[in-house]
Ligand binder design. Structure first.
Ligand code: NI
Length: 182
């Protein structure tokens, strides 16, 4: 397994649409394992675009244990149903940071999405699965699925808030580069 480099804005791969996976072969299994390992360094979810791979796979784990026993692996996920009632959660993203390892900064924003969804996907063995998810899990799945279509959580907030986040990232990057030893 390997920890993959997480792409951050404005990397164009974050704005591209990932392609469906035709078969879960050895290459896909390796990608999934590497994505899980990469996600466990920090986040509760990761989409393949974020590691520069344009294939429709996401991994998530919203459990406290974070030992892999409750990991969700979704290949080619599709939303079958969304509730009308909504849920709001303060979202952040490993890719919407000056560098993915910087979790100290306040680069989060409230995002409102359907509270409940029903999702169909293939698991890592190729079996078709369906789950109902609500609140945090639903929010997280929708956030990761957005990535597969080149959409970031900042696309769901006001232009004012989006610009604030982008300016903050630029400022943090400027500070980082001036901190470098000569
Ligand atoms: Ni994200």
């Amino acid at each position: 397994m390997a920890i993959l480099e997480i792409r951050t804005v404005p990397d164009p791969v974050l704005r591209q649409k990932a392609a469906p996976i035709a078969a879960i072969d050895k290459e896909i299994v390796t990608i999934i394992q590497d994505m899980l390992e990469t996600m466990y360094t920090d986040g509760i979810g990761l989409a393949a675009n974020q590691v520069g791979i344009l294939k429709r796979v996401i991994v998530l784990d919203i459990s406290d244990s974070r030992d892999g026993s409750e990991a969700l692996i979704m290949v080619n996920p599709t939303i079958l149903e969304s509730s009308k009632d909504t849920f709001t959660y303060r979202e952040g993203c490993l890719s919407v940071r000056p560098v993915s390892s910087d979790n100290s900064s306040d680069l989060f924003a409230n995002v409102t999405r359907p509270r409940k969804i029903r999702v169909r996907y293939l698991d890592q063995t190729g079996k078709t699965c369906e789950i109902e998810a609500e609140e945090l899990l639903s929010q997280c799945i929708q956030h990761e699925m957005d990535h597969l279509d080149g959409v970031l959580f900042t696309d769901h907030v006001s232009a004012l808030k989006r610009n604030m986040i982008m300016r903050k990232i630029e400022k943090l990057r400027r500070n980082m580069s001036s901190d470098k030893p000569l």
